[in-house]
Design a protein around this ligand. Structure first.
Ligand code: KE4
Length: 433
């Protein structure tokens, strides 16, 4: 029986109080501040496998996995060992390194749309670069994104964005000039008619459509049947590019990402998180004729001091080697399905309206009585109940993403026993919230 012993978070509170005097909101990224779920954030001391320990010694089963990179489990011994060997050769060269070739070949071999790839240091960098490339290649300025999707914090994407922007309920961020966002057109996710209407209203001026092929930043939302295929057709018909932002789904939904899973190949793809194995890496890639525009091969400029550094390349290479092993995604799917189905069944038995699901190692649940197809639906779910659920699970040693507008992540380190323990905790919490 999982019971809430005296859940002592004294040290977390002391450290977080001090942090708020040093850093805005006391965090290096807004969603970590627990603003939408309330209560004090937990200050981590160390992570290993499926687990995290906080500075007060509490242990958690971690379903955030540093927002995706820890898909093999935190601090995987083989990744750590490879990093130790790389470390003694230096942390960054600022010059070509064979490890970039190795990771590039692995990404190109795995991801259907990618003929060539450029490494950067974050998903945000990857998305802002791919936007410039879409415009450079087509000579058009407008882009279509979807309400509730998040493509990093570059100005032109901060329009009805998901993740932390949605979590904090921010209007379009101050400091972003209207002149920048006037070219960013928004449509509801899963709404092909709205996309067609935008193309009709903006003939020959839309460079492309960018989306999360499985949404994680409005909470977990899957593409309706035919949605991805429809976007592929519409963009082709209009001479526009289709871009999958697979920063979250890449190497998580399958080894070839969502595009391999759903059999829809975009023109360009962004990656991040998993391909860095926990170190800062982002990437963008796609058709050779498009990528050949990127400097110094072509005129479209993009650069980065630490891009392709040997440490991050090493962590990425080892992570993808581990993921490439046979049976990986069957295991991830089996464990995550047991968790997601278990949570929904327990919630329904306790009388709650819930919807949700999982694909491979990504899952989500909304307290709602009808399916969630887009961000508007997600916003109608019971956010207060989600907050109570989050806190109750936290007190029982289960660390869920501190926002309804995020997805949950499992890893190869999560065992059947971890899932069982999580479901026991959920049974208690869902009977009292
Ligand atoms: P980063 O700049 O945070 O590495 O990546 C931006 C990004 C781009 N595209 C997608 C689909 C993403 O999910 C992200 C970042 N995801 C969030 C979590 N939803 C990162 C966590 C955070 O902001 O602290």
């Amino acid at each position: 029986m999982v019971t809430t012993t005296s859940f002592n978070t004294t040290k977390s509170e002391e450290i977080f109080t001090a942090a708020q005097k040093l850093m805005p909101g006391g965090v290096s990224s807004p969603v970590r501040a627990f603003k939408s779920v309330g209560g004090q954030p937990i200050v981590f001391d160390r992570v290993e496998g499926a687990y995290a320990w906080d500075v007060d010694g509490n242990k958690y089963i971690d379903y955030v996995g540093t927002w995706g990179p820890a898909i093999c489990g935190h601090a995987h011994p083989e990744v750590i060992k490879a990093l130790q060997a790389a470390l003694v050769k230096g942390t960054s060269f600022g010059a070509p390194c064979v490890l970039e070739n190795v990771l590039a070949e692995m990404v190109i071999e795995a991801v259907p749309s990618i003929d060539m790839v450029r490494f950067v240091n974050s998903g945000t960098e990857a998305c802002m670069s791919i936007l410039r490339l879409m415009r450079a290649f087509t000579g058009r300025e407008n882009i279509i994104k979807f309400e509730g999707c998040y493509h990093g914090h570059a100005d032109m994407f901060l329009v009805k964005a998901g993740s932390g922007v949605a979590t904090l309920g921010l209007p379009d961020s101050p400091g972003v000039p209207k002149s920048t966002t006037k070219s960013t057109l928004n449509a509801p996710y899963n709404d092909l008619e709205a996309v067609k209407a935008l193309f009709a209203a903006n003939p020959d001026s839309i460079a492309g459509v960018i989306l999360e092929p499985v949404v994680g930043n409005s909470g977990f939302i899957t593409p309706d049947a035919g949605f991805l295929e429809g976007l592929r057709e519409i963009t082709k018909e209009n001479g526009a590019l289709l871009v999958f932002d697979e920063v979250m789904t890449g190497f998580r939904i399958s080894y070839g990402g969502a595009q391999a899973k759903f059999g829809v190949t975009p023109d360009l793809t962004t990656l991040g998180k998993v391909i860095g194995g926990g170190l800062p890496v982002g990437a963008y890639g796609g058709r050779a004729d498009i990528m050949s525009m990127v400097a110094p091969a072509g005129p479209m400029y993009q650069a980065g001091t630490l891009s392709g550094n040997p440490l991050a390349m090493t962590a990425g290479i080892k992570t993808l080697e581990l993921l490439k092993k046979p049976g990986t995604y069957e295991q991830l799917d089996r464990v995550t399905k047991k968790l997601a189905d278990g949570l929904r069944n327990i919630a329904q038995e306790a009388g709650h309206d819930v919807v949700g699901g999982q694909i491979s190692a990504m899952f989500g649940m909304f307290f709602a009585n009808s399916p969630v197809h887009n961000y508007d639906d997600a916003k109608k779910s019971d956010l207060q109940k989600f907050s109570r659920f989050h806190r109750g699970m936290l007190e029982r040693g289960i660390y869920l993403a501190p926002s309804q507008f995020e997805a949950g992540f499992t890893s190869l380190a999560h065992t059947e026993e971890d899932i069982e323990q999580t479901l026991v905790a959920a049974k208690e919490v869902l009977s009292i919230i």
